[in-house]
Design a protein around this ligand. Structure first.
Ligand code: SAM
Ligand code: 2KA
Ligand code: SF4
Ligand code: MG
Length: 214
């Protein structure tokens, strides 16, 4: 059984593949925050910009098996002529609480390339084509290699220096969109300054928010 908050067709807004047409599957639930505002201050991840509680979003629901969810997701891809490779991004919530080999296989069978956005604290099933790891606070990483490391910045407990030596093809800093209580400086300015001073890191803007899309 898979619990999906919402599923939608949009453009990848972030990271190295920003701008690419994608089916998003947002799983319900996360291991670093309950999703309830009253728990935020005490959570391991405190700055989340996403509602991942329940299965009541657009095209959300509970799916009995991998085939059922794959059929549901594949139907959101518009281009049936096979010109562009269909692309699905599993996110959440924390997708690695639910994503398994059966679902990856079922998406591959439908011609999809499979991407994952994860907080990096849980192991991966086999078969992921694009792995984006986004470390959170003081949590320790189970995943230290992948395609892109995309760090929300600034985080007092997660400075970029902690991750600069890991085995990723791309290193991104993404300005924190909701300033934690008590901060008066600008995450954007701080992130730009860091990238200028440390060229290993590239700026990732959440371009879907600029474009006004999901
Ligand atoms: C909502 S998370 C879901 C996937 C996974 N749980 C994770 O944290 O990577 C999707 C992406 O949004 C980023 N994100 C979450 N809250 C943000 C915020 N306030 N500002 C900027 N990026 C944020 C995360 O770091 C992650 O890269
Ligand atoms: N357009 C768009 N791109 C995204 N990239 C990662 C997202 C996420 O919430 O995981 C996201 C999202 O929510 N929307
Ligand atoms: S780990 Fe991801 S989904 Fe979970 S609370 Fe943090 S940003 Fe949100
Ligand atoms: Mg998002």
């Amino acid at each position: 059984m898979y619990s999906v908050k919402e599923a939608f067709y949009s453009l990848q807004g972030e990271g190295a593949r920003a701008g690419r047409a994608s089916v998003f599957c947002r799983f319900a639930g996360c291991n670093l925050w309950s999703g309830r505002e009253r728990d935020r201050a005490g959570a391991a991840c405190r700055f989340c910009d996403t509602d991942f509680v329940g299965t009541d979003g657009q095209h959300g629901g509970r799916f009995a098996d991998a085939e059922a969810l794959a059929v549901h997701l594949a139907a959101l891809w518009p281009d049936q002529d096979g010109v562009a490779t269909p692309y699905v991004v599993f996110t959440g919530g924390e997708p690695l609480l639910q994503l398994d080999e059966a679902l990856i296989r079922a998406m591959h069978e439908r011609g999809f390339e499979v991407a994952v956005e994860t907080n990096g604290t849980l192991p991966t099933p086999a078969g992921i084509d694009w792995l984006c790891v986004s470390p959170k606070g003081a949590t320790s990483l189970a995943l230290t290699e992948g395609d892109e490391l995309k760090l929300v910045h600034p985080q007092v407990e997660a400075p970029p220096e902690r991750f600069a030596g890991l085995d990723f093809r791309h290193f991104f800093l993404q300005p924190m969109d909701t300033a934690p209580l008590g901060r008066t400086d600008s995450p954007m300015a701080e992130t730009v300054a860091y990238c200028l001073a440390h060229p290993q890191w590239r700026l990732s803007l959440q371009t879907h928010k600029i474009a006004g899309i999901d």
